[in-house]
Design a protein around this ligand. Structure first.
Ligand code: SAH
Length: 411
C-alpha cells in the first residue's frame, strides 16, 4: 500500500503540472449530438482539431466546433474511442480527490437503493467513471480498469477504497481482451496485501463461495442478484432444471425456496464443482445437484426422451460479442429457449435470461415468441426485468442496459 501511495504522490504532481497546460480538443461541425446529449464517448473521426500535444492518458478539454464547452476527459490516440468524458463541470480538477468523491457518491447511491454488503459499486459510464468497474463483496473489492486513461488512476482508486471502506482485500481482474484495444496488457493480481481469494459471500440469507482470482468475470454475477429472488414463488414443490448455472446461484436459491429437486448443468467442470460446494455450504445437497454437460446436447436428448420439469431456468452466455455476428446470438437464444420450453410441463414456468446488450429487450421477446411458436406452446409473461439496480441504466447510453430476465408460464 505504501508503494501505491508514493507512486500516486509522484503521479499527482506530474498530472497537476500537465493540467496547467491542458490540451483543447474541438469536435467536427456536423456530428450527431450524442456527446452533447450526455454520452461520454468521443470517436477519433469526430475530432476536428487538437490544440496542444496531449500524451496518451492525459486529461483534455473538449469543445464543440463553435468553441462551446463540453467537458474534460481522458485521451488515448491508440483507441477508436479517443476521449471519454469524466466531467462536464468547467474548472473541475481531475485528481485523486475527484475519484474519491465519485466513488463515495457511488457508494451513497447503492446504499440509498438498498444495497449493503455486495454490489457493483462502480458501473463505468453509468457512474460517470468510464471503463472503471468495481465490484464490492462485503470488505473485498475487485477492480477492472478497461481503458488507458482510467488505468493510470488505479493507485488513486485503490487509495480511495482504503479511505472509504474497512478493506480486507483488493484484487485486479484486468484479464480482459478489450484492454488490448487500448494498448494495455491483460493482467490480474493483488492490489492490496495478498489474501485468500476464495471468499464466502451472503445473498438472500444464503452463502456462496466466490473465487475472485479465477472465477468468471469478477468472480460472481452480481447483476442477477435481484432476479434470483424473483423465482421464489414458482419453484415451491417444483422439479427444477437449470442450465448454464455457473456456480449454481439460481439453483441453490430454488432449493432454498422449496423446490422438490433441482438439477443444474454447466459445461465448465470447475463451475460444477463449485456449484456442488455451494449446495453443500447451504445444506441443500440432498435436493440440489450439478453435472458437467453441454446444455444444447443434453436438452435436445431429453426432449426426445419426453422428460418434463415444472420449472426450467436458462442463463446462457452472450453467444457473440460483435454486431456483425448478431445472427449467431439470435440463433443460439432461439435454439436453447425452444429446447428449454419443450421440457416444461404444461402450466410450468420458463425462467430465461440474456446478458448481451447487442440483443435489445424487444428483440429478445421476439426470439422467445418465435421459440414458443416453433415449440407449439402458448406462453404468458409473469415478469420481465433487467439487471440488478446496482448496475444503473442511463437512457442516453444504450450499452448500460444489457440484461434481460424473463419468466413466462408455458401452457
Ligand atoms: N446463472 C449464472 C451465470 C451463468 S454464466 C449466475 O447467475 O451466476 C453462463 C454459463 O454458461 C457459464 O458458466 C458457462 O460455463 C456456461 N456455458 C457456456 N456454454 C455452455 C454450454 N454449451 N452448456 C452448458 N453450459 C455452458
Amino acid at each position: 500500500m505504501a508503494l501505491n501511495t508514493s507512486c500516486y504522490a509522484f503521479l499527482s504532481v506530474s498530472l497537476k503540472l500537465s493540467s496547467l497546460s491542458m490540451s483543447q480538443v474541438f469536435l467536427r461541425r456536423n456530428i450527431a449530438p450524442r456527446v452533447q446529449n450526455g454520452h461520454p464517448w468521443i470517436f477519433a473521426n469526430e475530432i476536428d482539431r487538437i490544440e496542444g500535444s496531449p500524451e496518451p492518458a492525459d486529461i483534455v478539454e473538449v469543445y464543440t466546433h463553435e468553441g462551446k464547452w463540453i467537458g474534460s476527459g481522458y485521451y488515448n490516440p491508440k483507441s477508436q474511442i479517443s476521449i471519454r468524458i469524466l466531467s462536464r463541470k468547467k474548472g473541475q480538477v481531475i485528481d485523486a480527490g475527484f475519484f474519491k468523491d465519485q466513488i463515495q457518491r457511488c457508494w451513497e447511491y447503492r446504499q440509498q437503493i438498498g444495497y449493503a454488503e455486495n454490489c457493483r459499486l462502480v458501473f463505468g459510464e453509468a457512474d460517470g467513471l468510464p471503463q472503471l468497474i468495481i465490484d464490492k463483496f462485503n470488505d473485498y473489492f475487485v477492480i477492472q480498469t478497461l481503458a488507458l486513461g482510467i488505468d493510470r488512476w488505479k493507485p488513486a482508486i485503490v487509495d480511495a477504497l482504503l479511505e472509504i471502506f474497512p478493506v480486507k482485500g483488493i484484487y485486479e481482474r484486468n484479464d480482459v481482451p478489450v484492454r488490448e484495444l487500448e494498448g494495455l496488457p491483460q493482467q490480474k493480481g493483488f492490489l492490496s496485501a495478498p489474501f485468500e481469494t476464495k471468499i464466502i459471500i451472503r445473498e438472500n440469507g444464503l452463502q456462496f463461495y466466490v473465487d475472485l482470482a479465477n472465477g468468471q468475470k469478477t468472480g460472481y454475477f452480481l447483476d442477477q442478484q435481484d432476479n434470483r429472488r424473483a423465482i421464489s414463488a414458482i419453484v415451491k414443490n417444483a422439479t427444477v432444471l437449470g442450465a448454464f448455472t455457473y456456480t449454481g446461484t439460481f439453483e441453490v436459491h430454488a432449493a432454498h425456496y422449496g423446490a422438490k429437486t433441482v438439477l443444474g448443468l454447466d459445461i465448465s467442470a470447475s463451475a460444477v464443482e463449485q456449484a456442488n460446494e455451494n449446495a453443500r455450504l447451504n445444506g441443500l445437497q440432498d435436493r440440489c445437484r450439478f453435472e458437467a454437460a453441454n446444455a444444447f446436447d443434453l436438452l435436445k436428448q431429453w426432449t426426445k426422451e419426453d422428460k418434463q420439469y415444472d420449472v426450467v431456468m436458462l442463463d446462457p452466455p452472450a453467444f457473440t460479442k460483435s454486431r456483425a455476428t448478431i445472427q449467431k446470438a439470435i440463433t443460439g437464444y432461439k435454439e436453447i429457449n425452444l429446447r428449454g420450453m419443450k421440457l416444461v410441463k404444461p402450466g410450468g414456468f420458463l425462467v430465461t435470461s440474456s446478458c448481451t446488450n447487442l440483443v435489445p429487450a424487444s428483440l429478445f421477446l421476439e426470439i422467445i415468441a418465435m421459440a414458443a411458436k416453433d415449440a407449439r406452446r402458448k406462453i404468458r409473461q409473469v415478469c420481465f426485468n433487467t439487471q440488478s439496480a446496482d448496475h444503473p441504466i442511463v437512457w442516453e447510453m444504450e450499452n448500460t442496459q444489457y440484461l434481460k430476465f424473463l419468466i413466462v408460464q408455458v401452457l
